[in-house]
Design a protein around this ligand. Sequence first.
Ligand code: DOR
Ligand code: ZN
Length: 346
Amino acid sequence: MNRLELRRPDDWHLHLRDGDMLPAVVPASARCFGRAIVMPNLKPPVRTVADARAYRERILAARPEGSDFEPLMTLYLTETTTTDDIRAAAECDFVHAVKYYPAGATTNSDSGVRNLECVHPVIEAMEKYGLPLLMHGEVTDGEIDVFDREAVFIERHLEKLRTRFPGLKLVLEHATTADAIDYVRSAPEPIAATITVHHLMYNRNALFDGGLRPHHYCLPLIKREHHRQALVEAATSGNPRFFLGTDSAPHPKHAKESDCGCAGIYSAPAAIELYAAVFEAAGALERLEEFASLHGPDFYGLPRNEDRIVLERSPWAVPTGIPAGNHQIVPLAAGEQLAWRVKSGS
Ligand code: DOR
Ligand code: ZN
């Protein structure tokens, strides 16, 4: 097969940043995705509908000429978020979800939640209004091994939350373990998980392949091979609870290649092509459209995109650096040769 036509995909988990970074990264997502769920972990975070409205305007202004890429905004859940904030979000037409970060779990998560019980009234309002809760599902306790933090989160918190709020729409973001896949597959509805391309491509050896690899460092960490295989199996299974979310998270090169490097992998410049490579290697290219273009909008209750993109077998090399203001961003698979490429203008 040399050509693959898909209903236009969406990215259900994306970091676009702000300032100089924004115009440098929006075009990479807009080139093939119709919409993206935009993460709110700016500094300061996107806490209210007013913050989300202003950020959305900045994203729209950073789109390339002629693009109708649509940012779907999220609010950052803090211990001071109110039920009025949730009602306002549910009533406006551009906020689509609320993001939970455990305080201290990852980049710009200091304003996140320390005690989930504190935010139960707010979660109850989300359940009532049908506003999805997007979870960074990791515990942060220092005594838990960093590779086990997702599995422990599921055991300690997720099950309780499901039982307490059975109608809450919940997305376990960037699932990285077989434990997460098993949980999402068997939990009562409504629950789903996004899966990144880097967690589908690599196991944890990639972090130490011939030396320390900062461009493979993200949170949650990439895990053992059997977890990667469980993710590939879920993504290519046709199960509507699993859909595409890149977690593309740009950081300047110097901030990644540092003695205390930032977590985050910038996959947007080749995201759909890399997913295509994973699906092809699994013998499941015909399943890519469901995962990339159908399951996400169906879960969020949004229309599927009407237009299509075309992927062609046309070898190209991922750029080694993307300029952003005075900096460079190193994309995932920098300098590597890929088989599939989105036909420009499609
Ligand atoms: O690796 C990550 N980077 N994980 C996250 O949860 C946040 C993200 C970022 O914002 O850089
Ligand atoms: Zn993220």
